[in-house]
Design a protein around this ligand. Structure first.
Ligand code: BEZ
Length: 309
C-alpha cells in the first residue's frame, strides 16, 4: 500500500463522493475509482458500503479512516520538520491573530530579536484556524491565536485569559455609563462579530458567551476582520466585543467599556507542531514570559515539555 492510497481514501471518505474527491485531488474520477478498488482488493475488505449514496463507510472503512488521518498528519509534519532542520539559517515564522498586535506581541518579538539577532523572524497575520493549517504545512513555526480545540499534531499552551470590552460610538446610550457593562445591556444593539471566515473563529467565541448566558443578541452582522468592525462601530453601525488590549488602538469615534460578565474572557494560546523541539520555540516562550513579568501581566506559566530542557 502506498501513501497515495491513504490520501485518496481520506479525500473520498471525507467528501462521501468520488467526483467531489477527484476535484479536490485535482485528478479525474475514473483513476480515483480504480485506486479505491485496488485498495479494497489489497486489504481484502470492503471500505465503502456497496451502492450507498452518499458514500457510507463500512466498519472496516471507519477504522481505516481513523488511523489513516494521523498517519498522513505525521507524514506532513515529517516533511515540514525535515525542511526546517535542513535549513542552514535559523528562522522563526510567527502566525498571529490581528488583535495580539495591540497586546504584547510587538514587545515580545522585539525582545526576542534583541536576544537572538541570528534568527530571521517573520510575522504573518492569520486567524487561529489558518494558523493550524500553516503550522501543519510548515509555513509558520509558532501561532499566537485565541481558539482552543484539540488536534493531535499541535501542542498548545494557554498563555493568559484576556478580558473583553465593548467598543461603542461615543454618542451611544451605554457610552456614558461609568460602570462596566453586561451582555444583557447589549441585546438591543447590532452586534458586529469578526472574522466572518474561516470558522470557528473569535466570532463564535463571542456568540457562545451569549448562548452560555441563555441570551440572544438582537441582530448580528458578521464582518471580515477586527479593523472593519471598529470602523463600523465608529460609523454608528453597531457595537463590538473585543479583547481589552485593542483599546490601545485609539479612534476618535470609538469608546470602550469593560464587560463585567464572569466569563467575558478570551484565551491567548501559543501553538507549535507536536514534533518540533527547536530551541527557537522555547526561547520564544521565554520571551513571552519575560515581557509578562516585566509588564506585570497576569498569566499562566506552562512549559513546553521536551522543548525547554
Ligand atoms: C499577549 O498579548 O498576551 C500576547 C500577544 C501575542 C503573543 C503572545 C502574547
Amino acid at each position: 500500500m502506498e501513501l497515495r492510497h491513504l490520501r485518496y481514501f481520506v479525500a473520498v471518505a471525507e467528501e462521501r463522493n468520488v467526483t467531489r474527491a477527484a476535484a479536490r485531488l485535482h485528478m479525474a474520477q475514473p483513476p480515483l475509482s480504480r485506486q479505491m478498488q485496488q485498495l479494497e482488493e489489497m486489504l481484502g475488505v470492503a471500505l465503502f458500503e456497496k451502492g450507498s449514496r452518499p458514500l457510507a463507510l463500512t466498519e472496516a472503512g471507519s477504522f481505516f479512516l481513523a488511523h489513516a488521518r494521523p498517519l498522513l498528519d505525521q507524514v506532513r509534519d515529517l516533511k515540514a520538520m525535515t525542511q526546517r532542520i535542513g535549513k542552514l539559517e535559523r528562522t522563526l515564522a510567527i502566525g498571529f491573530v490581528a488583535s495580539t498586535l495591540y497586546g504584547q506581541l510587538p514587545d515580545i518579538v522585539h525582545h526576542y530579536s534583541e536576544l537572538h539577532p541570528e534568527v530571521d523572524v517573520s510575522l504573518h497575520e492569520m486567524t487561529t484556524m489558518e494558523q493550524l493549517a500553516a503550522l501543519k504545512d510548515g509555513r509558520i513555526d509558532v501561532g499566537f491565536g485565541r481558539l482552543t480545540g484539540e488536534d493531535a499534531s499541535i501542542r498548545r499552551i494557554l498563555l493568559r485569559e484576556e478580558r473583553l470590552v465593548v467598543a461603542l460610538p461615543p454618542g451611544h446610550r451605554l457610552a456614558a455609563s461609568g460602570a462596566g457593562l453586561r451582555l444583557t445591556d447589549l441585546l438591543h444593539d447590532t452586534l458586529l462579530v469578526y472574522p466572518k471566515a474561516p470558522r470557528p473563529s473569535f466570532a463564535d467565541q463571542v456568540l457562545a458567551m451569549f448562548s452560555a448566558g441563555h441570551l440572544t443578541p438582537g441582530r448580528v452582522t458578521e464582518v471580515r476582520e477586527l479593523q472593519i468592525s471598529l470602523g463600523l462601530v465608529a460609523a454608528g453601525q453597531g457595537i463590538a466585543i473585543v479583547p481589552e488590549s485593542v483599546q490601545a488602538m485609539h479612534h476618535r469615534s470609538v469608546v470602550y467599556r469593560p464587560l463585567e460578565d464572569t466569563h467575558a474572557y478570551s484565551p491567548i494560546l501559543f501553538s507549535v507542531r507536536q514534533m518540533d523541539h527547536s530551541p527557537e520555540l522555547a526561547d520564544m516562550l521565554a520571551a513571552v514570559y519575560a515581557i509578562y513579568d516585566e509588564q506585570g501581566v497576569a498569566h499562566v506559566k506552562e512549559s513546553l515539555r521536551g522543548v525547554d530542557q
